[in-house]
Design a binder for this molecule. Structure first.
Ligand code: PXG
Length: 441
């Protein structure tokens, strides 16, 4: 039986994540192969990947160094216990990762996903204050429209209503500041918007409400991805850093999508020149090939835990698969590929071309904003009255039929192509979008 026939006979059992299951199963979209910039569909079509999978395949697909590293590792040693035992690849990967990240973010804790990285960072922040004798600092502050994965800590500090409303009281002791989206003042910005640094001042109000001595950490995405690409106004992140410093509060950057070259620099930390205390990553760390995440922390945070009798565990946290050998091999193969091909900075070379191409869609039917940074782009559409999300989702379906994969969230089209993209492929994405948008109701 062909792969397609097998799958179409068995669609019921798999409860798909973040998917309109009933709609999908009536008209499934199945990928069966991937190479470089393209997916192959079950019916044999090539689809240009405008989203790097889900913001993760930054080096494109089927990259030989990564494949070979994974194959070698799985044959040599499939698994080693993660607690009280180690293996060389985990140490090597941690050393190479911290070499990429500016000091003092010199230590890495491995997880298996972005969601786990977020939980790990939040726990690390609260525990850090406690081991230093500031156990009253337990509160966490997130932001409206923030996405920090789907576990309880992440949805609590997150600010996406649909991800929170079904799940009860969530984590206590969490507050939020407002998002930075400001279409009225900032529509059609290229790169960082001019207006809105003052939204950071709201942090002071929230901190004062609870008293600074109760706040453990503030978590934000440097560029908010899932909510529809919200780019920080000039000066905003710098101001968050200042306020946190003034009040002894840790700043966490969630770099699950901005990490590994997406902004044209290895991390958003480099791009914005703002150094947080903790950085959560995942996705591009292994090019999406094997699940993995990593939390970077400062030497200060790490050293605060390294006290007391040496036979005792310093941090009661970790996963069976923290630093999994096969994931580490994928990570090493990925870093080799990024470095050999200059991919962690290629976004900066392409950014102007990407921006010009995207902004050429200004004036196209339904478009109310276009924004971009690095190799991220978003096109915001006027929603159909009374039917939010429908117009953008129709665009997604039509673009897929026309051979281009995009993502939509609400009525926003988000794009984040692999960093190996060629200019002609940027033209193809934008040309397809222009036709799709003109044809939409
Ligand atoms: N933090 C951020 C900033 C993310 O973008 C997560 C945490 C969670 O990662 P995991 O690996 O647990 O899924 C994410 C994930 C989209 C999209 O289309 C974005 C994500 C995942 C799936 C789709 O915008 N981001």
């Amino acid at each position: 039986m062909s792969k397609t026939a097998l799958a179409t006979n068995n669609l019921e059992a798999f409860w798909m994540p973040f998917t309109s299951n009933r709609q999908f199963k009536k008209n499934p979209r199945l990928f069966v192969g991937a190479k470089d910039m393209h997916y192959t569909t079950a019916d044999g079509r090539q689809v240009l990947d405008g989203t790097a999978g889900l913001w993760c395949c930054n080096a494109g697909h089927g990259r030989p160094k990564i494949t070979e590293a994974v194959q070698r590792q799985v044959a040599e040693m499939d698994y080693a216990p993660a607690f009280q035992m180690g293996h060389p690849a985990a140490f090597e990967l941690a050393a190479r990762l911290t070499a990429l990240m500016p000091s003092p973010l010199d230590h890495v804790f491995f997880t298996n996903s972005g969601s786990e990285s977020v939980e790990t960072a939040l726990k690390m922040a609260i525990a850090y204050h406690r081991v230093r004798g500031e156990g009253a600092r337990t509160r966490l502050i997130g932001r409206e429209r923030g996405y920090h994965g789907v576990n309880f800590g992440g949805i609590s500090v997150g600010g996406i209503v649909a991800n929170r409303k079904h799940f009860g009281t969530l984590l206590g002791g969490v507050d939020h500041i407002r998002h930075t989206h400001d279409l009225e003042r900032n529509a059609y910005s290229r790169g960082q918007p001019e207006n809105g640094a003052e939204y950071a001042e709201e942090l002071i109000r929230v901190i004062q409400l609870h008293d600074p001595s109760t706040i453990a950490a503030v978590i934000v995405e440097p560029v908010a991805g899932s909510t529809g690409v919200l780019i920080p106004p000039k000066g905003y992140l710098e101001r968050l850093r200042q306020i946190c410093d003034q009040h002894g509060i840790l700043l966490i950057f969630d770099e699950v999508i901005t990490g590994f070259g997406r902004l044209g620099s290895p991390f958003a930390v480099d791009h914005f020149g703002v150094t947080p205390d903790l950085v959560t990553t995942a996705k591009g760390i292994t090019n999406g090939v094997i699940p993995m995440g990593a939390v970077f922390c400062t030497s200060d945070i790490h050293e605060a835990f390294m006290t007391g009798p040496e036979h005792l565990i310093e941090f009661f946290h970790g996963y069976t698969y923290s630093g999994h050998p096969v994931a580490c091999a994928a990570g090493l193969g990925t870093l080799d590929t990024y470095e050999e091909e200059g991919l962690l900075t290629r976004g900066a070379e392409l950014e102007d071309y990407w921006a010009d191409a995207l902004h050429s869609l200004k004036g196209t039917r339904h478009v109310i904003d276009i924004r971009n940074i690095g190799l991220i782009g978003a096109i915001e559409l006027e929603p159909i009255a009374g039917e939010p999300t429908k117009r953008a989702f129709s665009a997604f379906l039509k673009a897929y039929d026309a051979g281009v994969l995009i993502r939509t969230t609400g009525d926003i089209i988000a794009m984040s192509p692999p960093l190996i993209i060629e200019k002609s492929q940027i033209d193809q994405i934008v040309g397809t979008l222009r036709e799709v948008l003109q044809s939409l109701d």
